[in-house]
Design a protein around this ligand. Sequence first.
Ligand SMILES: *Cc1c(COP(=O)(O)O)cnc(C)c1O
Length: 367
Amino acid sequence: MQFIDLKAQYQHLKERIDKRIQVVLSHGKYIMGPEVEELERNLAEYVGVKHAITCANGTDALQLCMMVLDIKPGDAVFCPTFTFFATAEAPAFFGATPIFVDANPTTFNICPLDLERSIQDVIEEGKLQPKAIIAVDLFGLPANYPEIEKIAQKYNLKLIEDAAQGFGGEINGKKAGSFGDIATTSFFPAKPLGCYGDGGAVFTNNDDYADLLRSFRVHGKGNDKYDNIRIGMNSRLDTIQAAILIEKLKEFPTELKNRNRIAKLYDSIISKKIVRPFVPENYVSSWAQYTLKVDNRDSLITALKNEGVPSVVYYSKCMHQQTAFQPVNLCKNELNISENLSETVLSLPMHGYDIDVDKIVRILNAD
Ligand SMILES: *Cc1c(COP(=O)(O)O)cnc(C)c1O
């Protein structure tokens, strides 16, 4: 059994994807070929934003946002401690200080109450300049943007949506990638919308940000890449990856329906004694992961493994526990909920193709 069945997906789309790749091989425009622009138009339309700017990966997408927002040493950037490293790495890479915020125990996303408390602490301490919030759509569930947007406004902070796992999610019909001032996603193969290598994108309605992003991703270009008007980076999405993504994006709504069907099935047959994922009303998850909270994690992993069922722990270490972030700038030293999650979460196989849910749940419920 596969945790994420990329082979089944390729078999399903093989003819279409192979044909698209062949077109790129024929025209030979491997860098910034016409498929890149075509994909960017399709992405912007799907997400419902004015601009989609592709780049080399989801980490670069976050770094590009930091450059656009001029994040620098002395700045405080608030982000969840229960996330993937790249979320906190991006501000730290530019010398800013990530301020780690605790999670909501039921959605696992950044807790708005703890966020506001952390902002007030930083203001009171008076050492750092509060600059931005990076909220993460963890495991595919959009963060609580209605509340987070209010806080960002109240404290005049920029809001970045890290939708690396969230692509396809929604709140009240508004798509992930459209929240905050600027949003990012990743096309890493295992993400909800993945390519066959590395890839990423930034989404925004802001024309000035979009211009800056298109410049930053090609060495801070002005009129062309040999006219350099600012320091940038080399972060483009390969034309072949864009061609693959054009076909995968067409199939994405169907895959998303299947993921939601599988999540519902898990929900309905997993023992009520196990804490299953919670999706608030009017929210749609893209189900990047289907993640349980369990007390007997090690024995469950073994029981599943013995029957050939893969399971993964995302994440066993919070950001404030990472070696790279020691010593941590902690406004308060309690990130209990996140620490508890890191000890109890377990993700089950989830993708848009066939999964033997009955078999998986039989093992879970028996343990
Ligand atoms: C995967 C991921 C990223 C980074 O994306 P890459 O394409 O792997 O660089 C950033 N943030 C989160 C929350 C992620 O899950």
